[in-house]
Design a protein around this ligand. Structure first.
Ligand code: F6P
Length: 504
């Protein structure tokens, strides 16, 4: 799927000098809409109407406590936000805690211990249902005032509750509901999810043993009333997806629409394996030295020195990772009869198709690293501005220069093939999915814009900040995806000492 090209011939159909302004003014283009439901992939005139196409989406979570719902919703929000869909989570647990003061004055327990979740506790059940509906009202209000995807983060674990949700949403125009149920029977994952809860807001300052016992009882209470999503919902064509054991098995029903499909495709590619994603720009190039953008120049002398050191450094890091992997394995097995050693993790290397990234990995041993060159990792294509300095662009195309300065994220370069940051986001999207799916370690050698965009995804950078993120040459980033987000370490190459130093 070559998304950025969908409307290229609309806004960038000529390579003649100085025709970009004219293109903007051609009236018949205003009536064309050549787009999937993708923010920013529209004609130049429509680029500012980000995220308004298509119905609003409500993602309603389903599942027992400690089944990874919060992990799923946080990842989904980050991904959709990165794709430029305004997305927000409405967490019913937070609303419950915030309104605890009100409950205190009623007959229900005010401390939210396990008995508050007892399905036979009529009063508490009504309070919990009311909180879920209040949170849904808040979500709907937010969607009506500009949001695009609202995520209802609750257990929604009975048929009756889900019916109520659907009834409420059906009162609105052009709203779609997608239920996502998370099921998990992997003992190790469940145990670690349970332990994570102990450091959460419900058990602040509570003795860990006591907290664990209370939480287990809470789960047991939910289990007594739990009805998995299925036949009942299918009678009324409800859209739903069941994710079993972190996407190992997926059941999808009646999924309609691009956005719902994207959500599910994304979620089925997640994994919890400990691994490293190394990211960097290419070594300094001849065009970097002369301040020219784009192009396909080779590395400078300095760039080649960086490349050689990078290869040594990455090799050493690969060894270190293996050493730690074996240490962990030995620690786990203790003195019992050892199972076979875990195999060494593959180490992939991806570059763009441009000389400067390919030359950066030239001294890596292809027997040791699985090296691939991918066009999706190419630098933003500056169309008619390729090969120019920023000063030359300002002089030759002052309107373009200012338009970019005013809205760098949405601005698309004029001329055949010119791209915007948004175009690059959609071009890089399949690679993000692949980075989420893989369990190997990887080094990605790419360019300024693509690096900003990849880092923005993993570090959840606000969209306004993405085009100006500071990502200097000769700097290496290491991301380690964790359940709560990505851990980042940063390394800087010192040219004089010909070595990398950790700076963060
Ligand atoms: O100058 C190096 C470079 O990678 C160019 O090829 C590219 O056009 C530019 O950086 C992108 O940075 P910005 O979006 O800040 O202009």
């Amino acid at each position: 799927m070559s998304l950025p090209g969908y409307n290229r011939y609309l806004s960038n159909d000529s390579d003649e000098e100085n025709d970009s302004i004219e293109i903007l003014q051609r009236p018949h283009y205003k009536y064309h809409r050549y787009s999937l439901d993708l923010p920013g992939i529209m004609t130049k005139e429509q680029q500012t109407q980000i995220g308004v196409a298509g119905p609003k989406l409500i993602v309603a979570m389903v599942g027992l406590p400690a089944r990874g719902k919060s992990y799923i919703v946080k990842k989904l929000r980050r991904y959709l936000t990165w794709l430029q869909y305004e997305t927000k989570i409405f967490n019913v647990g937070n609303l419950r805690r915030n309104t605890a003061q009100l409950i205190k004055n009623g007959t229900a327990p005010n401390n939210h211990s396990h008995s508050f979740f007892d399905p036979n506790n009529e009063y508490a059940k009504n309070v919990r249902d009311q909180l879920a509906m209040d949170s849904l009202d808040e979500l709907i209000y937010w969607l009506k005032t500009g949001g695009r995807v609202g995520i209802h983060d609750a257990t929604n674990s009975t048929i009756a509750r889900r019916k109520k949700i659907l009834e409420r949403c059906q009162r609105e125009n052009n709203f779609k509901v997608l239920f996502i149920e998370s099921i998990c029977d992997d003992k190790e994952v469940l145990e670690s999810n349970m332990r994570l809860k102990l450091s959460g807001p419900d058990y602040k300052n509570v003795d860990p043993e006591e907290a664990l016992d209370d939480f287990r009882r809470r789960v047991a209470n939910y289990e007594r009333a739990y009805e998995t999503i299925g036949e009942e919902e299918e009678k009324t064509d409800v859209e739903y997806c069941k994710l079993i054991n972190v996407g190992k098995k997926i059941i999808a029903h009646n999924i309609k629409g691009y956005l719902s499909g994207q959500c599910i495709f994304y979620l089925m590619n997640l994994n919890l394996i400990d691994r490293q994603i190394w990211l960097t720009r290419h070594g300094e190039s001849a065009d970097n030295v002369s301040g020219r953008i784009g192009g396909d120049s080779s590395l400078s002398e300095k760039g080649r020195k960086f490349a050689a050191c990078l290869s040594r450094f990455v090799h050493a890091q690969k060894m270190l990772f293996r050493q730690k992997q074996l240490e962990n394995y030995r620690e786990k097995i203790g003195s019992s009869t050892p199972p076979p050693e875990p195999p060494e993790r593959n180490f992939l290397v991806w570059t763009s198709m441009l000389k400067r990234t390919i030359e950066t990995v030239e001294s890596l041993d292809p027997k040791e690293f699985d090296i691939m060159h991918i066009r999706f990792l190419n630098e933003i294509y500056a169309g008619r501005c390729e090969g120019k300095t920023y000063q030359e662009i300002e002089q030759s195309y002052p309107e373009e220069f200012n338009a970019r300065k005013n809205n760098k994220l949405y601005y698309r370069y004029p001329g055949m093939g010119g791209e915007s940051y948004l175009d690059v986001i959609h071009r890089v999207n399949p690679l993000i999915i692949e980075l989420e799916r893989m369990t190997d370690n990887i080094l990605v050698v790419t360019h300024r814009v693509v690096l900003r965009i990849i880092l923005a995804y993993f570090l959840d950078v606000e969209k306004e900040k993405v085009p100006d993120m500071d990502v200097p040459l000769h700097t290496l980033y290491c991301l380690q995806p964790k359940a709560y987000g990505s851990e980042l370490t940063k390394w800087k190459y010192d040219d004089e000492q010909d070595q990398f130093f950790q700076i963060e």
